[in-house]
Design a protein. Structure first.
Length: 154
């Protein structure tokens, strides 16, 4: 029997782990129904989100990122919604990253948004339009979860 070869698979520890938090922001539309905030990252549309800093909890990170990316600080965050997604990506010139993002759901009264330098635009969209606009399957997953949650709440 030939000798066993060593596996070429990367060890579990070789994949870098990152954690982020974000917010799915919505407001009541003028004709009824909810409108959801999406940010234009230049190549795709997504929700406000970013890295959790050391010593910061998920919710605090999500609300800080929301304020930094949109200048929105007055929100009514729903205590009964928390949705986690996981995906992998490989930044240019670096190794594989396993990214976990925790999303919260928050309602705002105002439609005022001031985007950060990270974004090129924003839009308030009806739920189905927001679902169609987000690019990645994980973003679609979290949008569906938010829509389902809000539908049950009504």
């Amino acid at each position: 029997m030939p000798p066993r070869r060593k596996s070429t698979a990367k060890k579990k520890g070789s994949t870098r782990q990152e954690r982020s938090a974000g917010v799915i922001v919505f407001r009541k539309g003028p004709a009824g129904g909810n409108l959801f905030l999406l940010l234009d990252y230049g190549r795709y549309w997504d929700f406000p989100k970013g890295h959790i800093e050391e010593g910061e909890d998920e919710r605090a990170a999500a609300l800080r990122e929301l304020a930094e990316e949109t200048a929105i600080v007055d929100v009514d965050a729903m205590d009964d919604f928390r949705h986690e997604i996981v995906y992998f990506f490989r930044p240019p010139g670096r190794g594989l990253v396993r990214k976990t993002v925790v999303f919260f759901l928050a309602e705002v009264e105002s439609e005022e948004v001031t985007i950060s330098h990270e974004h090129v635009g924003y839009e308030w969209l009806k739920g189905e339009d927001a679902l169609a606009r987000v690019k990645y399957p994980t973003a679609k997953e979290v949008m569906r979860a938010a829509l389902k949650h809000l539908d049950r709440a009504n």
